[in-house]
Design a protein around this ligand. Structure first.
Ligand code: FRU
Length: 504
């Protein structure tokens, strides 16, 4: 008898312990967050042998920044994540800062010993300042011959040392144009990205540099250079150089800008004048986003960011974890009147989590709100609305309850998210905020796609032309939602889904 009951009991216990570990207030249900402790930037995003790897800046010992190491999680669909043991721990006083991972298919590095290609991580080693020496940041390698489960730090580290205290965040990828590995790495205080090339990941030669250009507040960090398809074009692509700024972001604190241009394997050339500043995300909470290496060539790039802001990251009211990632987003470029602009769409695999479905079309807003409240009840959902003839203000009040709510709206040529009334906001003076983005809708219908996941609100306006990511901390029972309009909009079409937890 016990033989029959034991496996059932074990399965039940596992299921119970998994959801118990991940069911605290504010815990996102389909965004990655570590089971416990602190995380910041995503690192080493790579697709290899049917698995997506997410490494991330991680403190194994606490819920504030420190002892930086690479945490590790894997997924087969970019939505269900399994957390694995720490991949690269801090060691001998050297922290493991942000970097990237490549699959060395042809064993250029000589690190691959098995029948399968090996994975090579390129990261910044950070030696903190002491009374007797300045801080030092160098670029280093580690490799894995077992699909990222165990790692060896290269005995010849560092592979790149300029004897600088600020020189970090290598983004490495294979360049077909240059027929070599290319690294984009930040010189934070100079507002520059340096480019290096290598045949084997071990020896690096300086190729070129980019910057200063665009926004130059604070330090430049986390550069990435990615080839992105142009929508509608026949296999047309441009290169997007993305750079984090901290502080100096559009909405205060940390934020990210991008440049569109060409890359010939050696040099990045900006299509726009250096004064043009383009922002990847108009919210307060998307930083150090990184694209996946190793994606099949038929797929457009996928990018994922840290959903937080250095202004208050150490104070956000979550436990036993702090820090979470954005939904992975597919990237394309769309041609508009002012040139090419980045378009971001949430990864389509989220759709597998869709549960209760709601559709509605009409002009009577009280009717819409009655129907909606009867259907969608959770704090994790997807909402898509199209409004014709938006002359006044229109939008959504979400996660409403007890007089608290978050507003996602459109008014005066701007799409905005207002979290000043959203719930817990008092933990930092920089948290209550209304973030906005200019958006010309003209005669087109206003289209908003909104992903809500307890403490996260991600807005994709006009099919992803504007992305806006913001954290919110509202009480768990706050599940109300309503559409509102000031003035008389035309026909409204709404489609929504409750989204099931990816943690169960
Ligand atoms: C950006 C950053 C990186 C650095 C890492 C350290 O958020 O400051 O520049 O590598 O975090 O955790």
């Amino acid at each position: 008898m016990i033989h029959r009951i034991a496996p059932i009991l074990l399965a039940w216990l596992c299921a119970f312990s998994q959801s118990a570990w991940y069911d605290q207030p504010y815990r996102p249900q389909y965004h990655f967050s570590p089971r416990q402790n602190w995380t910041n930037d995503p690192n080493g995003l790579v697709y290899f042998d049917s698995e997506y790897h997410l490494f991330y800046q991680y403190n194994p010992f606490g819920d504030v920044w420190g002892h930086m190491s690479w945490g590790h999680a894997v997924s087969r669909d970019l939505v269900h994540w399994q957390e694995l043991p720490v991949a690269l721990p801090e060691e001998n006083g050297v922290m493991i800062f942000t970097g990237s991972t490549v699959v060395d298919t042809h064993n250029t590095s000589g690190f691959c010993t098995g029948s399968k290609p090996c994975m090579v991580a390129v990261y910044t080693g950070h030696t903190p300042q002491t009374p007797v020496h300045a801080a030092l940041q160098t670029q280093n390698l580690a490799y894995s011959n077992d699909h990222g489960r165990t790692w060896t730090k290269y005995s010849g580290n560092p592979v790149l040392d300029l004897h600088l205290s600020d020189f970090r965040d290598p983004h490495v990828f294979w360049s077909d144009q240059g027929r070599r590995w290319v690294m984009a790495v930040a010189l934070p205080n100079d507002h520059k990205v340096l480019f290096y090339g290598s045949p084997d990941l071990r020896a690096w030669e300086r190729l070129s540099e980019f910057g200063p250009a665009g926004a130059m507040g604070g330090q430049w960090e986390c550069p990435t250079l990615t080839e992105v398809p142009v929508m509608g074009g026949r296999r047309d692509t441009r290169w997007v150089l993305k750079v984090g700024l901290n502080p100096g972001g559009l909405q205060g604190g940390s934020g990210e800008q991008y440049f569109v241009g060409s890359f010939d394997g050696t040099r990045f050339t900006n299509d726009n004048p250096p004064s043009t500043t383009l922002w990847t995300d108009y919210g307060k909470d998307c930083y150090c986003a990184l694209t996946f290496n190793g994606m099949p060539r038929t797929q457009v790039p996928v990018m994922m960011g840290w959903m937080n802001n250095w202004q208050y990251a150490a104070k956000v009211p979550t436990q036993p974890w702090r820090g979470q990632m954005t939904i992975p987003r597919r990237l394309q470029l769309r041609k508009g009147p002012e040139g090419l602009r980045l378009v971001q769409e949430p990864i389509e695999t989220v759709q597998a989590l869709r549960g209760v479905h709601f559709t509605w079309s009409g002009v009577n807003i009280p009717d819409l709100n009655r129907a909606l409240m009867e259907k969608i009840r959770g704090q994790s959902f997807e909402l898509s609305s199209t409004v014709l003839g938006t002359t006044g203000e229109v939008g959504w009040r979400l996660l409403a309850g007890d007089g608290k709510f978050t507003t996602v709206g459109y008014a005066n040529g701007e799409v905005f998210v207002d979290r000043t009334q959203s719930g817990e906001t008092g933990f930092s003076k920089d948290f209550p905020a209304r973030t906005s983005a200019p958006l010309v809708v003209g005669n087109a219908p206003l289209k908003l796609t909104i992903l809500v996941d307890r403490s996260t609100v991600e807005v994709f306006a006009m099919d992803g032309l504007v992305a806006m990511t913001n954290l919110v901390y509202q009480p768990a029972p706050a599940k109300g939602m309503e559409f509102y309009a000031v003035g008389k909009p035309g026909r409204i079409t709404v489609e929504g889904w409750e989204l099931k937890s990816a943690l169960k």
